[in-house]
Design a binder for this molecule. Structure first.
Ligand SMILES: NC(=O)c1ccc[n+]([C@@H]2O[C@H](COP(=O)([O-])OP(=O)(O)OC[C@H]3O[C@@H](n4cnc5c(N)ncnc54)[C@H](O)[C@@H]3O)[C@@H](O)[C@H]2O)c1
Length: 368
């Protein structure tokens, strides 16, 4: 690239492009680019990532698939009304929201390989028309029930489309996506990087800190029970026990990996529409200390889910764009920091995952 060339633009193709997380990511990226808000919650805007060769936020262009029709500016108004986005922000970034909305194509609920080709054509058309150097596909669609029947679930159709369009892929949800058995060999052959799955933004983030603490202090966890109350689209989707099962499997894996055993206790997810995007997560941890002394730790997390998730989606899109540019392929285990149920092998404790992420950030910069 000569000094006079403009830097290449990068596409972020979101599956579930009209959902809360996607809308917050588009509005947030525009707000940061315009200098309207600070980048709180985004790791890739912190100093360790400054020399990783990541695309600037101003170079990201958004599009995606959805089965919903509510235009993004209207969706953003609803999120501002609910206090998720700052008052006035949807108006300030209306042009960017409308531009992303024009790039949203009808999604698929089910289908076979021809449907995956149709979805891939949409992505390639986006890349060509907009002159994008590459496109990262990010799944932020509603959580699917645990896959089991014949054929590909929708999340895996989209993952197949990402492979066919030659795109790095991120699964921010617990759905099967690229990990469906029919796709695993294709993913291996593709030479493309993929990361996932299920963003770690609340209860599991805390668990990834606390469970290693109990193990390192040689305290015995007797039971770990959790309850989540949330509304919004995610709360409604997770009211389906099969979808909640997909989510809870990732939460349990963090405990099993950190403690070396699955402790007694369950995790529940309750849909409380009145709470909207605000989630309350309680954990109750019964543990035992020296000479069998019995103790309890209780935590209460009250988070705004989309505000926690959207900066991570932007981080992941930038990191995976760079990974794609460098020709990295296969599961990117170094991004385990971001996920409940990370692909590949890696540490479970958040501190170790952060150290690994920083090493990855340095590696992305060294290979410039
Ligand atoms: N917010 C968080 O903190 C967080 C953390 C981890 C994972 N996630 C996951 O991110 C996803 C999005 O969360 P959200 O709060 O934005 O949910 P949401 O309900 O607001 O948005 C989901 C969007 O997906 C769309 N969709 C559903 N089926 C689709 C299909 N077959 N094709 C294309 N689009 C489809 C819906 O129409 C909707 O617009 C969920 O799976 C959630 O579990 C969120």
């Amino acid at each position: 690239m000569s000094a006079f060339d403009s830097p290449p633009r990068v596409g972020v193709w979101m599956i579930g492009a009209r959902g809360s997380v996607a809308t917050t990511a588009v509005a947030g990226c525009a707000a940061l680019t315009a200098g309207l808000r600070p980048a709180t919650g985004m790791l890739t805007e912190t100093p360790p990532f400054a020399h990783s060769g990541l695309p600037a936020l101003s170079l990201l262009e958004f599009g995606g698939h959805d089965i919903a029709e509510c235009p993004l500016p209207k969706r953003a108004e609803a999120l501002a009304g609910a206090g998720v986005l700052p008052h006035g922000l949807p108006d300030a970034v209306r042009a960017e929201l409308a531009a992303a909305d024009r790039e949203i194509r009808p999604g698929a609920r089910e289908g076979g390989w021809p449907e995956a080709d149709r979805l891939a054509d949409d992505i390639q058309d986006f890349a060509q028309r907009r002159g994008l150097a590459r496109v990262v596909v990010v799944n932020v669609a509603s959580t699917e029930p645990v896959a089991g029947g014949p054929g590909l679930p929708a999340s895996s159709l989209y993952a197949a489309a990402a492979l066919r369009a030659g795109c790095p892929y991120v699964n921010f949800t617990p759905s099967a996506g690229m990990q469906h058995p029919e796709l695993v060999p294709q993913a291996e052959e593709s030479g493309l990087p993929h990361a996932g799955r299920d963003g770690k933004t609340g209860q599991t983030l805390l668990r990834a800190v606390l469970a290693p603490m109990f193990a390192q202090r040689a305290l015995e966890v007797r039971a770990w029970s959790g309850t989540n109350l949330l509304g919004g689209g995610d709360g409604a989707s997770l009211a389906d026990p099969a979808a909640a099962a997909a989510k809870n499997a990732g939460k349990a894996r963090v405990l099993a990996d950190a403690l070396g055993t699955v402790p007694e206790g369950e995790t529940h997810i309750d849909d409380v529409p009145a709470l909207g995007d605000w989630k309350t997560a309680w954990d109750h941890i019964a543990f035992e200390g020296f000479l069998g002394a019995r103790m309890v730790l209780q935590t209460t997390w009250q988070g705004c889910d989309s505000a926690l998730a959207a900066p991570l989606v932007l981080d992941l899109a930038r990191l995976m764009a760079r990974a794609g540019e460098l020709g990295l392929s296969g599961p990117v285990a170094e991004l385990g920091f971001y996920f409940k149920d990370p692909v590949g092998e890696g540490p479970v404790a958040l501190g170790e995952q952060y150290a690994r992420l920083l090493e990855f950030a340095r590696r992305l910069g060294r290979t410039r």
